[in-house]
Ligand binder design. Structure first.
Ligand code: MLT
Length: 199
């Protein structure tokens, strides 16, 4: 997968996953704000929707192509294993930071693979898939940044996601904001505080 890797000075690797129409450049400032000493692996989604990179196909706004979601989630999981070998970082210390479509593929990694992520920061995520049994996510810290007026991820969707992750054992923290689907500085600051407490 097309990506950027930046070597840091700690064992942690931040996996950056952009929103629809973004690139691997987009979230680099977030990594710098949340943990400037970590390694950074920033990946570009392999799917194009009218020229806009995404991490998996969708059939309509908010309606996911589940077959492609499963395929792309496996592809990303295997890419992480390969990148850990190539760049010699600790595969067990990968923390995802995803926004929107990037948060949804990060959520899908948690839904499908037990040891995919050490922790996750999900900005404006949806439930990636319903009606499946999640692996055990005991004490995996998950931060969810959400908008109480987000038209793409309504609060019920956020609460459903938090409940599904909690039922699998994850340690979920919700952070509510009022700027629709936008990722704001306040939200990133809340994620940084959470990161410093939990990791
Ligand atoms: C998705 O397709 O993953 C969600 O609708 C969010 C987005 O618009 O990217």
């Amino acid at each position: 997968m097309q990506h950027i890797f930046q070597k840091g000075t700690t064992a942690t690797t931040l996996l950056l996953l952009h929103g629809t129409g973004g690139t691997e450049q987009d979230l680099l400032p977030l990594a710098e704000m949340i943990s400037p000493s970590a390694n950074v692996l920033s990946v570009r989604g392999n799917v194009l929707e009218n020229g806009m990179p995404r991490f998996f196909r969708r059939l309509a706004e908010g309606v996911f192509d589940i077959e492609d979601l499963v395929f792309r989630t496996k592809e990303l999981q295997e890419f992480l294993d390969e990148a850990a070998r190539n760049y010699e970082f600790d595969r067990s210390k990968v923390i995802a930071i995803g926004y929107s479509n990037g948060a949804n593929i990060a959520g899908s990694l948690l839904f499908h693979y037990k040891n995919a992520l050490q922790a996750a920061i999900l900005f404006h995520p949806m439930v990636p898939r319903r009606g499946v049994a999640l692996p055990s996510l005991t004490e995996i810290p998950v931060f969810i940044g959400a908008g109480n007026n987000d038209p793409i991820c309504p609060p019920q969707e956020t609460n459903d996601l938090a409940a599904l992750l909690q039922d699998a054992g994850a340690d979920v923290q919700l952070s509510w904001h009022s700027f629709g689907h936008q990722l704001t500085r306040d939200e990133v600051a809340a994620a940084k505080t959470w990161f410093e407490e939990k990791l």
